[in-house]
Design a protein around this ligand. Structure first.
Ligand SMILES: NC(=O)CC[C@H](N)C(=O)O
Length: 377
């Protein structure tokens, strides 16, 4: 097998084997504890700029297929796994994970102690790293890493947002019939602002009876306010997306105008963070973030515990309770997972109700958005 070398900013230097694309790449290393869904994770645009360490020890055994893509490409810088399994076996598989990574120019790093890496990241926090299938010299890798921009210095949204407006019409995916369900009758219409949206969010919105038009990140608030006044949209959805939400100044300015216009809004993950920042409450960085498919979240309204899919490094601050009610709380670390703003038709969640990969028990949230829009029509 080909060799690969990785160097982390805390001085850790390791040799491992590589699959997927050959390259020399700098990114932020995080760990993900999901047991399944490696393809959905690699094609989730929110991972742009990051290396994902999988705690699941064997990866690759179900191959990859077109239906499970969360976007048109694979956006993570690389994946780090204990064991890469080249022999895949699944009736939906179309190609191996190796050729999938080559096609999307993403590095695969294997035969590495991912438990050691995960424990280190848990103790020291997410950090920058470099991986190379070409350079084996530690000092040279260190030099490149130190002269490269950090994740918070790069605007990854520009790379992953759509360049043109489009309508999304596909409904939710049936995991018993292995096909997309027919979209129900449209009850309300929205504009989805694409910061790197996952396809399954669009599927769930459509599946809840929402007409969906996806627009680029460089949207103009006045156009949406006009569309809302003319009743050609009933609300706005703010998507998930990569990187540090604090760097997205242009987007925050536009969102502030939508808040003032009292347009019904719903945000997931990065969208949730941008709503907080645009209300004047800046996000902070968690030590190692939440990336996995088993995070218990308490629904503060019903009292029920939902097991959720998560993928974020940043969080909204506790003092946002001055202007919003907490609707959901993470039971791993008590951080805020969901908000309903007190005087406006706006709510948002930090976790991923669309799952994909992960449990689907938070999917009711999409119907709550429909109710909110109907109530404010
Ligand atoms: N999935 C997302 O939208 C992630 C949001 C943001 N990039 C974070 O890491 O917190």
């Amino acid at each position: 097998m080909k060799k690969v070398w990785i160097y982390l900013e805390n001085g850790t230097f390791l040799e491992a084997n590589s699959f997927g694309a050959d390259n020399t790449v700098v990114g932020e290393i995080v760990f993900n504890t999901s047991l399944s869904g490696y393809q959905e994770i690699m094609s989730d645009p929110s991972y742009a700029g990051q290396f994902v360490t999988f705690t699941m020890p064997e990866i690759g055994n179900v191959g990859t297929n077109e239906q499970d893509m969360e976007s048109a490409g694979a956006h993570a810088k690389g994946m780090i796994v204990r064991k890469y399994q080249p022999r895949y076996s699944n009736f939906r598989a179309e190609e191996s994970l190796d050729s999938f990574l080559v096609k999307h120019n993403v590095m695969g790093i294997c035969n590495i102690d991912t438990r050691y890496l995960t424990k280190m990241l848990r103790a020291e926090g997410s950090m920058m790293m470099i991986a190379s299938s070409e350079i084996s010299d530690k000092d040279e890798l260190k030099k490149i890493l130190e002269s490269s921009p950090r994740i918070e210095d790069i605007n990854y949204i520009e790379q992953v947002s759509t360049k043109k407006v489009y309508k999304h019409t596909s409904g939710t995916y049936s995991s018993t019939e292995f096909k997309y369900n027919e979209a129900p009758q449209t009850e309300v219409k929205i504009a989805v602002i694409d910061f790197g949206v996952k396809r399954n969010i669009l599927n769930e919105l459509v599946g809840a009876g929402i007409g969906v038009e996806v627009i680029p990140n460089d949207f103009i608030a006045e156009d949406l306010i006009q569309a809302y006044k003319e009743k050609s949209i009933d609300g706005v959805f703010l998507s998930n997306g990569p990187g540090d939400p604090l760097v997205l100044k242009k987007e925050q300015e536009q969102i502030k105008k939508l808040i003032t216009a009292k347009i019904p809004m719903f945000g997931i993950c990065l969208g949730h963070q941008l709503l907080s920042i645009s209300h004047g409450y800046d996000t902070f960085k968690l030590k190692f973030g939440h990336h996995g498919g088993n995070h218990p979240v308490k629904n503060e309204k019903s009292g029920f515990i939902e097991i959720t899919a998560q993928n974020h490094n940043y969080n909204v601050p506790d003092n946002i309770v001055e202007i919003a009610d907490i609707t959901h709380t993470n039971l791993f670390d008590n951080t805020i997972e969901g908000l309903k703003y007190k005087d406006s038709p706006i709510f948002s969640v930090q976790h991923h109700p669309e799952a994909s990969p992960g449990p689907k028990e938070s999917a009711y949230i999409f119907s709550e958005f429909v109710t909110l829009m109907k109530e404010n029509r």
